[in-house]
Design a protein around this ligand. Structure first.
Ligand SMILES: [Ca+2]
Length: 319
């Protein structure tokens, strides 16, 4: 399973466990809360820019860059939080795919010794991902864990199907990949490596510092997922945690260069276990992308919503 070895991000449907092949599908939840700052959306006017990178180390279709255009849209300023997702669940009784499957992936450092003792399977090429029974958005680290103190954290273990259901309930939709990168770039910063420019800033995003997976020096202050409003905004448009923290689903299908036939969707932004150099995972930068099946989920996978902007554009932005 080369894809597992190369990028360490597991897929539910493709998971190969030692001793068995688990076929999984899982789904999601979400909710919009009583007006809180996490409900805020940021408006972007129409514009054209070059999506992707021309760097030699481009992966997963990250390059070459190509000219794309977006029409006026709005995007959530923050990742969808547990509090928002809980409202969706309470309103709809929706069951996520992680719940239907009965398990989800949790990074090894966040799994209790008691639970570890019960896990017999391992992921080929990515042993740091443990299939934990009972792990889902409300119990992100498995039985015994809770979101009680994490209501303002991103909802995780969310599949594409789950995220799509939430967006529909919220009268929104998933962003296209072009919208996602445009928003990450703040409607500008064309060609820059990060949402704020070209220089890496430790206190600007939640990634992994140190030797993955053994050592995390937590120089950004967080080992695992951080609150949706951690750090200052990553760009002048006020977008929080577009890169780092949790991967975010988009509505674009992913063309699998490795020849895989399974339907996949594009994920953007990288997560807390990616690094500046991307030695074992992904390079944490504004163009980082990967694909995964619509039933996949893990403790570093969330989303945010978008929608068509109302009214006329105030101006046209040509980057
Ligand atoms: Ca971190």
């Amino acid at each position: 399973m080369a894809w597992l070895v190369a990028f360490s991000q597991p897929s539910h449907r493709c998971l190969s466990l030692t001793g068995l092949v688990a076929l999984v599908l899982f789904s999601s939840v979400a909710a919009v809360s009583d007006k809180s700052k996490f409900d805020k959306m940021v408006r972007f006017e129409s514009g054209s820019y070059r999506l992707g990178t021309d760097e030699k180390d481009a992966r997963d279709g990250e390059g070459p860059s190509r000219l794309v255009s977006v029409k006026p849209f709005e995007m959530d300023q923050y990742s969808v939080t547990n509090e928002q997702f809980r409202k969706f669940i309470r309103d709809t009784k929706f069951r996520t795919e992680a719940e239907k499957f009965g398990w989800s992936f949790v990074l090894e450092p966040f799994v209790s010794e008691k639970i570890k003792a019960t896990i017999k399977e391992s992921v080929q090429g990515a042993p740091w991902w443990l299939p934990v029974k009972g792990a889902y958005w409300r119990q992100p680290f498995g039985p015994g864990s809770s979101i009680k103190e994490m209501m303002h954290y991103p909802a995780v273990h969310i599949s594409w199907n789950d995220a799509t259901a939430y967006c529909k309930w919220a009268k929104k939709r998933l962003p296209t990949e072009a919208e996602w990168e445009f928003a990450a770039r703040g409607g500008g910063q064309q060609g820059k490596k990060y949402p704020w420019g070209n220089k890496y800033e430790k206190k600007r995003m939640n990634i992994w510092q140190g030797e993955f997976p053994d050592t995390n020096t937590k120089e950004d202050g967080y080992h695992g997922v951080c609150p949706a409003d951690a750090f200052k905004p990553q760009n002048e448009k006020g977008m929080y945690n577009m890169i780092g923290n949790v991967w975010e689903w988009t509505s674009d299908q992913f063309r699998d260069e490795s020849g895989g036939q399974e339907k996949k969707y594009v994920l953007r932004g990288g997560s807390y276990l990616d690094t500046v150099e991307g030695e074992k995972n992904h390079i944490a930068r504004v163009t980082t992308r990967m694909g995964n099946t619509p039933d996949s989920g893990s403790d570093n996978l969330g989303f945010r919503c978008a929608k068509k902007a109302k009214g006329k554009s105030k101006s046209k932005t040509e980057l």
